[in-house]
Design a protein around this ligand. Structure first.
Ligand code: BEZ
Ligand code: FE
Length: 343
Protein backbone atom coordinates (compact mmCIF):
# COMPACT_ATOMS: atom_id res chain seq x y z
CA UNK A 1 0.00 0.00 0.00
CA UNK A 2 1.24 3.47 -0.75
CA UNK A 3 2.57 6.03 1.62
CA UNK A 4 0.82 9.40 1.56
CA UNK A 5 3.53 10.89 -0.68
CA UNK A 6 3.05 8.07 -3.25
CA UNK A 7 -0.51 9.21 -3.92
CA UNK A 8 -0.65 11.30 -7.11
CA UNK A 9 -2.13 14.80 -7.29
CA UNK A 10 -2.00 15.63 -3.61
CA UNK A 11 -2.16 19.30 -2.71
CA UNK A 12 1.06 21.29 -2.27
CA UNK A 13 0.28 21.82 1.41
CA UNK A 14 0.48 18.08 2.16
CA UNK A 15 3.72 17.58 0.18
CA UNK A 16 5.33 20.60 1.88
CA UNK A 17 4.23 19.40 5.32
CA UNK A 18 5.86 15.98 4.65
CA UNK A 19 9.03 17.72 3.44
CA UNK A 20 9.06 19.62 6.73
CA UNK A 21 8.79 16.45 8.80
CA UNK A 22 5.08 15.50 9.01
CA UNK A 23 4.99 11.66 9.11
CA UNK A 24 4.63 10.06 5.67
CA UNK A 25 2.44 7.22 6.93
CA UNK A 26 1.66 3.92 5.26
CA UNK A 27 -2.05 4.22 4.47
CA UNK A 28 -2.61 0.47 5.00
CA UNK A 29 -1.67 0.77 8.66
CA UNK A 30 -4.30 3.37 9.53
CA UNK A 31 -7.29 2.21 11.56
CA UNK A 32 -10.76 2.86 10.18
CA UNK A 33 -12.09 5.79 12.20
CA UNK A 34 -15.56 6.21 10.81
CA UNK A 35 -17.80 5.33 13.75
CA UNK A 36 -17.58 8.36 16.05
CA UNK A 37 -20.32 7.45 18.49
CA UNK A 38 -19.48 8.32 22.10
CA UNK A 39 -18.80 4.64 22.78
CA UNK A 40 -16.46 4.16 19.82
CA UNK A 41 -14.56 7.44 20.08
CA UNK A 42 -12.32 6.37 22.95
CA UNK A 43 -11.31 3.17 21.15
CA UNK A 44 -10.66 5.12 17.96
CA UNK A 45 -8.30 7.57 19.62
CA UNK A 46 -6.40 4.75 21.31
CA UNK A 47 -6.24 2.85 17.99
CA UNK A 48 -4.81 5.78 16.07
CA UNK A 49 -2.19 6.32 18.82
CA UNK A 50 -1.23 2.65 18.74
CA UNK A 51 1.75 3.21 16.42
CA UNK A 52 3.60 5.05 19.21
CA UNK A 53 6.99 3.27 19.08
CA UNK A 54 7.90 3.74 22.73
CA UNK A 55 5.87 1.08 24.60
CA UNK A 56 5.76 3.00 27.88
CA UNK A 57 4.60 6.17 26.12
CA UNK A 58 1.98 4.17 24.23
CA UNK A 59 0.70 2.65 27.50
CA UNK A 60 0.60 6.01 29.31
CA UNK A 61 -1.15 7.78 26.42
CA UNK A 62 -3.81 5.06 26.11
CA UNK A 63 -4.57 5.34 29.84
CA UNK A 64 -4.63 9.13 29.60
CA UNK A 65 -7.17 9.00 26.74
CA UNK A 66 -9.32 6.47 28.63
CA UNK A 67 -9.31 8.58 31.80
CA UNK A 68 -9.93 11.88 29.96
CA UNK A 69 -12.88 10.43 28.07
CA UNK A 70 -14.25 8.76 31.18
CA UNK A 71 -13.97 12.11 33.00
CA UNK A 72 -15.85 13.96 30.24
CA UNK A 73 -18.59 11.33 30.40
CA UNK A 74 -18.73 11.11 34.19
CA UNK A 75 -19.18 14.85 34.75
CA UNK A 76 -21.19 15.42 31.57
CA UNK A 77 -18.74 18.19 30.57
CA UNK A 78 -20.52 21.06 28.79
CA UNK A 79 -18.89 23.08 25.97
CA UNK A 80 -18.78 26.10 28.31
CA UNK A 81 -16.99 24.12 31.02
CA UNK A 82 -14.61 22.66 28.44
CA UNK A 83 -13.73 26.18 27.23
CA UNK A 84 -13.42 27.46 30.80
CA UNK A 85 -10.96 24.65 31.55
CA UNK A 86 -8.91 25.46 28.45
CA UNK A 87 -8.83 29.14 29.34
CA UNK A 88 -7.65 28.23 32.83
CA UNK A 89 -4.82 26.09 31.40
CA UNK A 90 -3.90 28.88 28.99
CA UNK A 91 -3.59 31.35 31.88
CA UNK A 92 -1.58 28.78 33.82
CA UNK A 93 0.88 28.51 30.91
CA UNK A 94 1.05 32.27 30.54
CA UNK A 95 2.00 32.60 34.22
CA UNK A 96 5.08 30.38 33.76
CA UNK A 97 8.52 31.97 33.52
CA UNK A 98 12.07 30.75 34.17
CA UNK A 99 11.44 31.21 37.90
CA UNK A 100 7.70 30.57 38.20
CA UNK A 101 6.21 27.16 37.31
CA UNK A 102 2.46 27.49 37.66
CA UNK A 103 1.82 24.00 36.21
CA UNK A 104 3.88 22.37 38.98
CA UNK A 105 1.92 24.45 41.49
CA UNK A 106 -1.30 23.16 39.93
CA UNK A 107 0.01 19.61 40.30
CA UNK A 108 0.99 20.42 43.91
CA UNK A 109 -2.43 21.69 45.03
CA UNK A 110 -4.18 18.62 43.65
CA UNK A 111 -1.77 16.30 45.47
CA UNK A 112 -0.37 14.95 42.19
CA UNK A 113 3.22 15.97 42.98
CA UNK A 114 3.00 14.33 46.42
CA UNK A 115 1.48 11.18 44.92
CA UNK A 116 4.12 10.84 42.18
CA UNK A 117 6.80 11.42 44.79
CA UNK A 118 5.43 8.89 47.28
CA UNK A 119 4.75 6.18 44.67
CA UNK A 120 8.22 6.51 43.18
CA UNK A 121 10.12 6.58 46.46
CA UNK A 122 8.68 3.76 48.55
CA UNK A 123 10.71 3.31 51.72
CA UNK A 124 11.19 0.28 53.90
CA UNK A 125 10.31 0.61 57.59
CA UNK A 126 13.07 2.60 59.29
CA UNK A 127 14.19 4.63 56.26
CA UNK A 128 13.53 8.37 56.21
CA UNK A 129 10.51 9.24 54.10
CA UNK A 130 10.71 11.62 51.16
CA UNK A 131 8.53 14.64 50.48
CA UNK A 132 8.09 17.26 47.77
CA UNK A 133 10.98 19.45 46.63
CA UNK A 134 9.02 22.69 46.06
CA UNK A 135 10.14 25.58 43.87
CA UNK A 136 12.67 27.25 46.15
CA UNK A 137 15.69 24.95 45.84
CA UNK A 138 18.71 26.55 44.17
CA UNK A 139 21.62 24.61 42.69
CA UNK A 140 24.45 26.81 43.85
CA UNK A 141 23.92 27.29 47.58
CA UNK A 142 27.08 28.28 49.42
CA UNK A 143 28.99 25.56 51.24
CA UNK A 144 29.27 25.93 55.01
CA UNK A 145 31.50 23.87 57.30
CA UNK A 146 29.87 20.98 59.17
CA UNK A 147 28.60 22.72 62.34
CA UNK A 148 28.42 26.08 60.53
CA UNK A 149 25.66 28.58 59.94
CA UNK A 150 23.20 28.69 57.03
CA UNK A 151 21.20 31.63 58.41
CA UNK A 152 22.20 34.66 60.40
CA UNK A 153 20.76 34.78 63.92
CA UNK A 154 19.01 38.04 62.95
CA UNK A 155 16.93 36.04 60.41
CA UNK A 156 14.83 34.38 63.12
CA UNK A 157 14.83 32.22 66.24
CA UNK A 158 18.18 30.37 66.36
CA UNK A 159 18.02 26.62 65.90
CA UNK A 160 20.68 23.94 65.85
CA UNK A 161 19.89 20.90 63.71
CA UNK A 162 22.16 17.96 64.33
CA UNK A 163 22.29 14.20 64.04
CA UNK A 164 23.73 11.42 61.93
CA UNK A 165 23.27 10.13 58.41
CA UNK A 166 22.94 6.36 58.54
CA UNK A 167 22.27 3.39 56.31
CA UNK A 168 19.56 0.81 57.05
CA UNK A 169 21.98 -1.26 59.14
CA UNK A 170 22.82 1.74 61.33
CA UNK A 171 26.24 2.34 59.79
CA UNK A 172 27.31 5.97 59.36
CA UNK A 173 27.36 7.50 55.89
CA UNK A 174 30.40 9.76 55.69
CA UNK A 175 30.81 12.60 53.20
CA UNK A 176 27.09 12.80 52.47
CA UNK A 177 26.16 16.06 50.73
CA UNK A 178 23.38 17.83 52.63
CA UNK A 179 21.48 20.67 51.00
CA UNK A 180 19.12 22.61 53.21
CA UNK A 181 16.87 25.64 52.69
CA UNK A 182 14.12 27.37 54.63
CA UNK A 183 12.19 30.60 55.07
CA UNK A 184 13.36 33.40 57.31
CA UNK A 185 11.25 34.51 60.27
CA UNK A 186 8.99 36.53 57.95
CA UNK A 187 8.09 33.45 55.89
CA UNK A 188 10.09 34.38 52.79
CA UNK A 189 12.76 32.42 50.96
CA UNK A 190 15.81 34.44 49.96
CA UNK A 191 14.83 34.01 46.28
CA UNK A 192 11.56 35.85 46.99
CA UNK A 193 13.39 38.91 48.26
CA UNK A 194 14.98 41.03 45.59
CA UNK A 195 16.17 44.08 47.46
CA UNK A 196 18.13 46.96 45.94
CA UNK A 197 21.35 45.02 46.34
CA UNK A 198 19.93 42.09 44.32
CA UNK A 199 19.84 38.45 45.42
CA UNK A 200 21.45 37.82 48.80
CA UNK A 201 21.71 34.17 49.78
CA UNK A 202 20.37 33.41 53.26
CA UNK A 203 18.64 30.54 55.04
CA UNK A 204 20.20 27.97 52.75
CA UNK A 205 23.47 26.12 52.50
CA UNK A 206 25.26 22.88 51.77
CA UNK A 207 27.56 20.83 53.96
CA UNK A 208 29.02 17.32 54.23
CA UNK A 209 28.67 14.74 56.97
CA UNK A 210 31.91 13.82 58.77
CA UNK A 211 33.64 10.42 58.88
CA UNK A 212 31.13 9.16 61.50
CA UNK A 213 28.11 10.40 59.57
CA UNK A 214 27.62 13.35 61.95
CA UNK A 215 26.21 16.60 60.68
CA UNK A 216 25.16 19.85 62.36
CA UNK A 217 24.21 23.31 61.22
CA UNK A 218 22.85 26.48 62.72
CA UNK A 219 19.74 27.89 61.13
CA UNK A 220 16.56 29.63 62.27
CA UNK A 221 13.17 28.20 63.08
CA UNK A 222 11.23 28.53 59.80
CA UNK A 223 7.64 29.80 59.87
CA UNK A 224 4.49 28.96 57.89
CA UNK A 225 4.11 30.76 54.56
CA UNK A 226 1.75 31.06 51.59
CA UNK A 227 2.48 29.23 48.37
CA UNK A 228 2.59 31.59 45.36
CA UNK A 229 -1.10 32.54 45.00
CA UNK A 230 -1.24 35.61 42.78
CA UNK A 231 -1.93 33.55 39.64
CA UNK A 232 -4.60 31.20 38.29
CA UNK A 233 -3.80 28.49 40.85
CA UNK A 234 -4.36 30.98 43.68
CA UNK A 235 -7.64 32.01 42.08
CA UNK A 236 -8.70 28.38 41.82
CA UNK A 237 -7.89 27.81 45.51
CA UNK A 238 -9.96 30.84 46.48
CA UNK A 239 -12.80 29.51 44.32
CA UNK A 240 -12.66 26.24 46.30
CA UNK A 241 -12.53 28.06 49.65
CA UNK A 242 -9.12 26.53 50.31
CA UNK A 243 -6.30 28.25 52.13
CA UNK A 244 -2.90 28.73 50.50
CA UNK A 245 -0.56 28.02 53.42
CA UNK A 246 2.20 25.56 54.18
CA UNK A 247 3.26 24.68 57.73
CA UNK A 248 6.79 25.75 58.65
CA UNK A 249 9.38 23.32 57.32
CA UNK A 250 13.07 22.89 56.78
CA UNK A 251 13.86 21.39 53.39
CA UNK A 252 16.70 18.87 53.26
CA UNK A 253 18.30 16.87 50.48
CA UNK A 254 20.90 14.12 50.88
CA UNK A 255 23.24 12.83 48.21
CA UNK A 256 25.78 10.07 48.91
CA UNK A 257 27.60 7.61 46.66
CA UNK A 258 25.72 4.33 46.34
CA UNK A 259 22.55 5.69 47.98
CA UNK A 260 19.25 6.89 46.61
CA UNK A 261 19.04 10.67 46.67
CA UNK A 262 16.66 11.69 49.43
CA UNK A 263 14.58 14.87 49.12
CA UNK A 264 12.72 15.49 52.32
CA UNK A 265 11.78 18.13 54.91
CA UNK A 266 11.25 18.45 58.63
CA UNK A 267 7.99 19.84 59.98
CA UNK A 268 7.35 21.03 63.52
CA UNK A 269 4.91 19.92 66.17
CA UNK A 270 2.21 22.44 67.09
CA UNK A 271 2.17 24.19 63.71
CA UNK A 272 -1.32 25.48 62.92
CA UNK A 273 -1.12 24.20 59.32
CA UNK A 274 0.41 20.80 60.06
CA UNK A 275 -2.82 18.98 59.25
CA UNK A 276 -3.88 21.14 56.30
CA UNK A 277 -0.77 21.72 54.17
CA UNK A 278 -1.93 23.31 50.87
CA UNK A 279 0.37 20.97 48.92
CA UNK A 280 0.12 17.72 50.94
CA UNK A 281 3.79 17.50 51.90
CA UNK A 282 3.51 16.59 55.61
CA UNK A 283 4.25 13.02 56.76
CA UNK A 284 4.00 12.31 60.47
CA UNK A 285 7.41 10.62 60.52
CA UNK A 286 8.93 13.97 59.49
CA UNK A 287 7.42 16.01 62.33
CA UNK A 288 9.95 17.13 64.95
CA UNK A 289 9.59 18.83 68.32
CA UNK A 290 12.75 20.91 68.91
CA UNK A 291 13.69 21.55 72.53
CA UNK A 292 14.60 24.96 73.91
CA UNK A 293 18.15 25.06 75.31
CA UNK A 294 18.70 27.91 77.75
CA UNK A 295 22.26 27.14 78.82
CA UNK A 296 24.45 30.03 77.61
CA UNK A 297 27.59 27.83 77.65
CA UNK A 298 25.86 25.32 75.36
CA UNK A 299 24.80 28.19 73.09
CA UNK A 300 28.40 29.43 72.85
CA UNK A 301 29.63 25.89 72.21
CA UNK A 302 27.20 25.55 69.31
CA UNK A 303 28.39 28.91 67.95
CA UNK A 304 25.39 31.11 68.80
CA UNK A 305 25.74 34.68 70.03
CA UNK A 306 22.34 34.56 71.73
CA UNK A 307 22.06 32.62 75.01
CA UNK A 308 19.27 30.29 74.03
CA UNK A 309 18.43 28.22 70.97
CA UNK A 310 16.19 25.46 69.76
CA UNK A 311 17.76 22.06 69.38
CA UNK A 312 16.39 19.77 66.70
CA UNK A 313 18.13 16.41 67.00
CA UNK A 314 17.36 14.22 64.02
CA UNK A 315 19.01 11.28 62.28
CA UNK A 316 18.33 10.46 58.63
CA UNK A 317 18.38 6.94 57.22
CA UNK A 318 19.16 6.52 53.52
CA UNK A 319 18.65 3.42 51.41
CA UNK A 320 21.09 2.16 48.82
CA UNK A 321 20.24 2.40 45.13
CA UNK A 322 19.79 -1.41 45.12
CA UNK A 323 17.39 -1.26 48.07
CA UNK A 324 15.50 1.57 46.33
CA UNK A 325 15.15 -0.51 43.14
CA UNK A 326 13.92 -3.52 45.18
CA UNK A 327 11.36 -1.39 47.05
CA UNK A 328 10.05 -0.01 43.78
CA UNK A 329 9.62 -3.49 42.29
CA UNK A 330 7.77 -4.62 45.45
CA UNK A 331 5.54 -1.52 45.50
CA UNK A 332 4.66 -1.90 41.81
CA UNK A 333 3.82 -5.59 42.23
CA UNK A 334 1.58 -4.71 45.19
CA UNK A 335 -0.15 -1.93 43.23
CA UNK A 336 -0.73 -4.28 40.27
CA UNK A 337 -2.22 -6.90 42.61
CA UNK A 338 -4.52 -4.34 44.20
CA UNK A 339 -5.62 -3.07 40.77
CA UNK A 340 -6.35 -6.66 39.70
CA UNK A 341 -8.39 -7.32 42.83
CA UNK A 342 -10.44 -4.15 42.20
CA UNK A 343 -11.10 -4.96 38.52
C1 BEZ B 1 7.80 24.61 49.20
O1 BEZ B 1 7.82 23.88 50.12
O2 BEZ B 1 8.75 25.35 49.10
C2 BEZ B 1 6.64 24.61 48.23
C3 BEZ B 1 6.15 23.40 47.77
C4 BEZ B 1 5.11 23.40 46.85
C5 BEZ B 1 4.56 24.59 46.42
C6 BEZ B 1 5.06 25.80 46.91
C7 BEZ B 1 6.10 25.81 47.83
FE1 FE C 1 9.16 25.21 51.28
Amino acid sequence: MPKVSDVPHLGKAIMEAIERGAPDVDLATLPNLTDMSADKLTENVIAVNAGTPNPRQKFVLAALVRHMHAFVKEVGLTPEEWMHGLEFLTKTGQMCTDIRQEFILLSDIFGVSALVDTLNHPKPEGATEATILGPFFVEDAREVPNGGEIAGEESGQPMLVKGRILDMAGNPIPNCLIETWETDEDGYYDTQRSGESGYVQDCRGRLYSDADGNYAFRCVMPVPYPIPNDGPVGQLLRGMNRHVFRPAHLHMMFIADGFEKLVTALYFKGDIFLSSDAVFGVKSSLVEDPKMVTDAAEARKAGFKKDQFLLCARDFVLITTEQAAEELVKAKAKAAEEAKAKA
